[in-house]
Design a protein around this ligand. Structure first.
Ligand code: DCP
Length: 230
């Protein structure tokens, strides 16, 4: 009995010490990242880390997402600083499973959203510089591991319609042009590779498909993700 307990303890320690195969799920707002993660809930040995949007909507009673969309020039910096912290916490969170699926990353925060806000002028160049220094420090000093990026590629007009339909109150003011620019930034980062830094190979899925067809598309990624779980 003692041996058995020791054995299972060692097994758990091994799992805890070895690094999980880490998958980052990326794509435009409304591209179905949460639905993609939910697809993998049926499998064992996978840790699913959905994006902490609820934390962004309630930090000690403050809705930072709403503040950011209501007055971007005032709140974009605060919002992105908190996003970086919550994403870093997810990157560093220990898991006891061999596979970890994460919605978004500090990379899309930096290369897509912070970049977009700099271009729109909602981040002052000085604020951008501070976030840039944080990103560089994290990237060099704190290990952020990724083994695969699943890019849920969409057409901006399609996700725009989805965003309108799901009617998240904070996002009602988001114009199509914002979604189009974010799309280009995802494409530049993950397809055109305009940044030297893409942390893992990219698997592209067609995420324009509606809910009745999307499961088949998601299944295309199962072998790459699940073989690490056995
Ligand atoms: N957001 C942001 N800056 C970030 C990350 C997200 O401004 N670094 C905003 C954009 C959205 C909201 O937060 O208004 C959530 O965006 P996501 O695309 O990350 O999540 P969704 O809920 O849209 O994902 P999906 O619909 O694909 O499941």
């Amino acid at each position: 009995c003692f041996d058995f307990k020791l054995c299972s303890l060692r097994l758990k320690m091994n799992c805890a010490n070895s690094r999980p195969f880490t998958v980052l799920v990326e794509g435009n707002i409304g591209s179905g990242k949460t639905t993609f993660l939910e697809h993998f809930r049926q499998f064992e040995d996978i840790t699913l880390l959905t994006e902490p949007v609820e934390e962004w909507r309630n930090l000690k009673g403050w809705n930072l997402l709403d503040l950011m969309y209501s007055d971007p020039a005032k709140w974009a910096m605060t919002f992105q600083a908190y996003v970086s912290l919550t994403m870093l916490e997810m990157h560093r969170r220990p898991t006891s499973t061999p596979v970890k699926l994460m919605e978004r990353s500090i990379f899309s925060a930096k290369y897509c959203f912070v970049e977009q806000m700099k271009r729109l002028g909602t981040l002052h160049p000085a604020q951008f510089a501070v976030l840039d220094e944080w990103f560089k420090f994290i990237n060099t000093e704190i290990p952020v591991e990724a083994d695969l990026i699943v890019y849920l590629k969409t057409t901006p007009s399609i996700v725009y319609d989805r965003i309108k339909k799901r009617a998240r109150s904070e996002e009602q003011c988001v114009p199509l042009s914002y979604i189009e620019e974010l799309h280009k930034l995802h494409e530049d980062w993950l397809i055109n590779r305009t940044h030297a830094d893409c942390p893992a190979p990219v698997l592209v899925l067609d995420a324009d498909l509606d809910l009745s067809q999307i499961t088949e598309e998601y299944k295309k990624s199962e072998h790459q993700i699940l073989r690490k779980a056995v």
